[in-house]
Design a protein around this ligand. Structure first.
Ligand SMILES: [Zn+2]
Length: 456
């Protein structure tokens, strides 16, 4: 078969010189559509041709083309490259070596750590900025973790063994090449707050009881006029698939996908809220939602993760026998199984190509997201299996798979789609409609999310 995506792009391109302004807008939308499909299909020639057309249309419409031109130059001159970069490992060597090899020469370097009564103090070689410190809390496995991510470099000569009375464990590490992570871990909630004082990060740990200390601390920081670093709670969008007129897959005993996925999603919301996350749901009742609206909220707000929940189904000979949990992240489909699942979910709400926003398209240029989504998928899948297997027999690992789901294309942040089980399999269908099973599944997903946040 001919390369239809390239043909589409070329045919659209030829129409540009004869188009009115409105016509140019329409061609542009269609080219954007071809572009997204080409990215999903990994079709470099079609990517290149559609980008060429997009740039030409945008110039005619006086729109900014910077990002597209950047992207175009990557495809125009270079043969396709594998997208995954090996992770850089920081090996303990002398200071100079790290500085030389680190591109982020301008990042602050940790110089020393001191412990004083009521605080842990980190000193850097230059002043810190508030935007470079992120502070959040995780709470899982009956442990509380206060996590400080600092855009800085941790030289190997710094002693990482930190002890603080009342905190069971403190970990200091170079989380990635431009981020130091400090983790305070305890059985109880840790009353830590922090502020920046020039080149110093001060982490206050309020002594257990009474509010007095808090007042003293508040006073102390106020008089010095240092604002505290706001504790930030992660925002997660849960997207229960289908709804309303779209029942999703219909399985054993006419059980409908849209119902089980909503029940699981509601339990996941409760579980995540209990752990201190902010949660938004694309639907929390039985109503129809357009595909593009599912990611709209996520892209408008600073959302950390997008989790779409589905249940699988299969026709034919293996209708009753196939079962298992699968977690998908966005990528061109490879396996037949992934293609089939994608075809089923994509069909549900046929996408209106013209309505894909410019923003969505630009967000999709972010390849980092795909790598992160894969990591998230692995953490979610393994935690679901672990939690379910602790309570149920015969849980099948359907694996983590790449697949081209439209709903994931629209999300500008790490996003996964979970096929929680096959509603065509009698055992799995019954389980998927059992509240205890749903709760265990939700717990598994939440554990996976926390594990992901902890590692990344
Ligand atoms: Zn579905």
């Amino acid at each position: 078969m001919a390369n239809t995506l390239v043909d589409d792009a070329n045919n659209l391109y030829k129409k540009i010189p004869f188009a009115t302004t409105a016509g140019t807008v329409s061609i542009l939308h269609n080219l954007e559509n071809v572009y997204i499909q080409a990215v999903i299909a990994n079709d470099n020639l079609a990517i290149q041709q559609s980008l060429k057309g997009i740039i030409r249309c945008k110039k005619l419409l006086n729109q900014d083309t910077t990002n597209f031109e950047k992207e175009y130059s990557r495809y125009n001159f270079q043969p396709p490259k594998p997208q995954t970069k090996p992770q850089e490992v920081i090996t303990p060597m002398d200071d100079n070596h790290i500085i030389k090899n680190n591109k982020n020469i301008s990042l602050p370097r940790l110089k020393k750590i001191t412990i004083s009564k009521g605080s842990i103090n980190l000193y850097f070689n230059k002043n810190l900025k508030y935007k470079d410190v992120l502070f959040f809390e995780l709470n899982f496995d009956k442990k509380y973790k206060d996590i400080y991510d600092i855009k800085a470099v941790l030289p190997p000569n710094i002693n990482r063994n930190i002890y603080y009375k009342g905190i069971s464990r403190i970990q200091l590490s170079q989380n990635n090449k431009e981020k130091i992570r400090l983790v305070l871990e305890n059985k109880n909630k840790i009353p830590s707050t922090a502020y920046i004082k020039n080149n110093q990060l001060v982490i206050h740990i309020k002594y257990i009881k009474k509010q007095k200390t808090k007042e003293v601390y508040a006073k102390a920081t106020q008089t010095k006029d240092y604002k505290t670093i706001k504790k930030y709670s992660k925002l997660i969008v849960i997207d229960p698939g289908h709804g309303g007129k779209d029942s999703g897959a219909v399985g054993y005993n006419h059980l409908q996908e849209k119902r089980t996925v909503l029940a699981i999603a509601l339990k996941l919301r409760a579980e995540l809220r209990k752990r201190g996350y902010r949660v938004f749901m694309t639907r929390s009742s039985d109503r129809f939602i357009d595909l593009k609206d599912r990611t709209h909220f996520a892209n408008k707000h600073k959302v950390d993760l997008f989790i779409s929940i589905h249940a699988n189904a299969i026709e034919g000979d293996k209708k009753y026998s196939i079962k298992g949990v699968e977690t998908f992240y966005l990528s061109p489909a490879r396996s037949a199984r992934a293609k089939r699942a994608a075809a089923k979910e994509n069909k549900a709400s046929l996408i209106n190509m013209d309505s894909i926003s410019k923003n969505t398209l630009l967000n999709f240029l972010n390849r980092f997201k795909i790598n992160q989504s894969k990591k998230l998928a692995i953490d979610i899948q393994s935690n679901i299996l672990r939690d379910l297997r602790a309570k149920y027999k015969g849980i099948v690992d359907g694996a983590v798979r790449p697949a081209p789901f439209w709903v994931l294309v629209g999300a500008g942040m790490p996003a996964v789609l979970i096929e929680t089980g096959y509603i065509t399999n009698p055992t799995e269908a019954r389980r998927l409609f059992n509240p205890f099973y749903q709760k265990t599944l939700a717990k598994g997903i939440a554990d996976g999310i926390e594990s992901y946040f902890y590692k990344n």
